[in-house]
Ligand binder design. Structure first.
Ligand SMILES: CC1=C(/C=C/C(C)=C/C=C/C(C)=C/C=O)C(C)(C)CCC1
Ligand SMILES: [Fe+2]
Length: 550
């Protein structure tokens, strides 16, 4: 079933004049035409069984189509093989990040044994719940396994299941690919023990390809253009994203590692994948810089203190240095917080255990002066206090500049990706993983603007540039707001990105879940105009509670 409902476009904004609130009737800018497509976990219960972790939830796609000042909302569960198998069995039968599914109790002992064996080398889930990727003309729901699912961005229908391994030797791949100016996809994945080597592979999927008998499939033209050997064969680092500049790739080999041996016995031991991930606080974080032109990592061994990064914000080159910004944690306890048991009881108490996410700026020299003295700072940028201290044996210790505390789900004006930039849009979070406000952080002036309202949980704020934009912040911010007050409907919020004032809100008379990531498809791009709002019934959403971001 499909969910399609029309939301009102008209809104009130409140302007503060002395002690008077004046309500102004306001509208969505006429240039804003297209579809905001988003993804996130939606269903945590199947029959009598329940997932353990928020990241396990079955993917729920949703879209907001903005046309001539009106907003149409629809949502649909991704019909992954996982979704179908679970629905058929009326219980969870496929393992996810925090839930290991157990063998079917109805099967006899022999099939059980076979089932155990076949799971020794696990076939991962295709429950692609994290993000949406544009690949040529196609759109895919993504997660971090070797599977992606093609979707129809207009109807939200689920199409082909694609196994990355048919095109590139990776067992895991990020859900946060980058795009270059031509629309080519750049992504990274981990190849576990291919030819006895565990490595991180950087690959490119071209935006345009010649048509063959089976049509256009950019994935068939996937090219590996670089790789980094893992520092350990059996424990590659876990990573959720990476950074790019015009000429380089930034990869953090952090001490948050997957234990391959534990993974290969996880099913037999009945433990989840999450238990095969561990933070090694005695270890360091290696910073790998790969030259996109040669595919080779820089020879200098850049490193920093142990930390855990999920989201890279941006990176760029400046005066012979590479500057990169990340949201960093002191450890990996964030993933612990997202167990549903932790989210439901003593939530405030539990969340205090986690380190606060901070925006940190690193700077590394692209060419280290051989004659520089040991102990000297080899980064001399006026724009940052980040330092890189030369050590013996081609080692450089990097010390970041702390820019902001308490933010996650960062987005930028993507026209500035890989280039110097000034603004970070993010969700503000403090001692809790639940965002309370939307934030615009100005790196140049170190000042911020915020939007927040009581009972409102904002999703990742997405920046859409206005046509003919001159300034980096000429555009709007879109964010789906979930309400914790049952009397208040969820809504799509439209903010002016420059002033951070509310331009419009479209209330949705349907349940909206807090989601993870997504993208905006301008009308000219995906011709979403074909998408006539329909009267179809919505997917029934069985567990109605909202859940926090990641
Ligand atoms: C199923 C599965 C995985 C799934 C990981 C997921 C689903 C991570 C989600 C992360 C998010 C949403 C982070 C936000 O910052 C692994 C560990 C890659 C490998 C083993 C199989
Ligand atoms: Fe993410």
């Amino acid at each position: 079933m499909q969910h399609s409902c029309r939301a009102g476009d008209v809104t009130f904004i409140q302007v503060w004049f002395g002690h008077l609130f004046i309500h102004l009737l306001c509208r969505i800018p006429s240039w804003l035409q297209g579809t905001l497509l988003r993804n996130g976990p939606g269903m945590h219960t199947v029959g009598e069984t329940r997932y353990n972790h928020w990241f396990d939830g079955l993917a729920l796609l949703h879209s907001f189509t903005i046309r001539d000042g009106e907003v149409y909302y629809r949502s649909k569960y991704l019909r992954s093989d996982t979704y179908n198998a679970n629905t058929k069995a009326n219980r969870i039968v496929v393992s996810e990040f925090g839930t290991m599914a157990h063998p079917d109790p109805c099967k006899n002992i022999f099939s059980k044994a076979f089932s155990y064996l076949s799971h020794t080398i696990p076939d991962f889930t295709d429950n692609c719940l994290i993000n949406i990727m544009k690949c040529g003309e196609d759109f895919y729901a993504t997660t971090e396994t070797n599977y992606i699912r093609k979707i129809n961005p207009q109807t939200l229908e689920t199409l082909e299941k694609v196994d990355y391994r048919n095109y590139v030797a990776v067992n895991l791949a990020t859900s946060h690919p980058h795009y270059d100016a031509a629309g080519n996809v750049l992504n990274m994945g981990t190849s576990i023990m291919d030819k006895g080597k565990t490595k991180y592979v950087i690959f490119k999927i071209p935006a345009t390809v010649p048509e063959d008998a089976k049509g256009k499939n950019p994935l068939k033209h996937t090219e590996v253009f670089g790789s980094i050997t893992s520092r350990s064969l059996l424990s590659p680092s876990y990573y959720h994203s990476f950074g790019v500049t015009e000429n380089y790739i930034v990869f953090l080999e952090q001490p948050f590692k997957l234990d391959i041996l534990k993974m290969s016995t996880a099913y037999i031991r009945g433990v989840n994948w999450a238990s095969c991930l561990a933070f090694h606080r005695e270890d360091q974080t290696y910073i790998h810089i790969v030259d996109q032109r040669t595919g080779k990592p820089l020879p200098t061994k850049f490193y920093t203190d142990p930390m855990v990064v999920f989201h890279h914000v941006n990176a760029y080159e400046e005066d012979g240095c590479l500057v990169f910004d990340v949201i960093a944690y002191e450890d990996g306890s964030l993933y612990q917080l997202f167990y549903l048991a932790n989210l439901n009881q003593d939530f405030e108490e539990n969340s205090r255990l986690t380190s606060i996410p901070t925006l940190r700026r690193f700077a590394v020299p692209l060419d280290v002066d051989k004659n520089a003295e040991v102990g000297s700072n080899v980064v001399k940028l006026a724009s940052t206090t980040a330092r890189a201290l030369k050590e013996k044996d081609d080692r450089v210790y990097c010390q970041p500049e702390l820019l902001y505390e308490g933010l996650e789900l960062p987005r930028i004006n993507y026209a500035h990706n890989g280039k110097p930039y000034r603004y970070v849009f993010a969700a503000e979070v403090h001692w809790s993983p639940i965002p309370t406000k939307i934030l615009k952080y100005d790196i140049l002036t170190k000042s911020s603007l915020k939007w927040g309202q009581e009972h409102c949980w904002p999703a990742e704020p997405l920046f859409v540039p206005m046509p003919g934009a001159k300034d980096e912040d000429d555009g709007i911010i879109l964010s789906a707001i979930v309400s914790t007050d049952p009397q208040k409907l969820p809504f799509l919020l439209v903010l002016d990105a420059k002033s951070f004032t509310e331009l419009a809100r479209a209330s949705i008379d349907a349940e909206v879940h807090l989601d993870l990531h997504g993208l905006f498809i301008p009308d000219a791009d995906g011709d979403t105009r074909e998408q006539a709002p329909s009267q179809e019934q919505p997917d029934r959403v069985p567990d109605c509670h909202v859940a926090p971001w990641t």
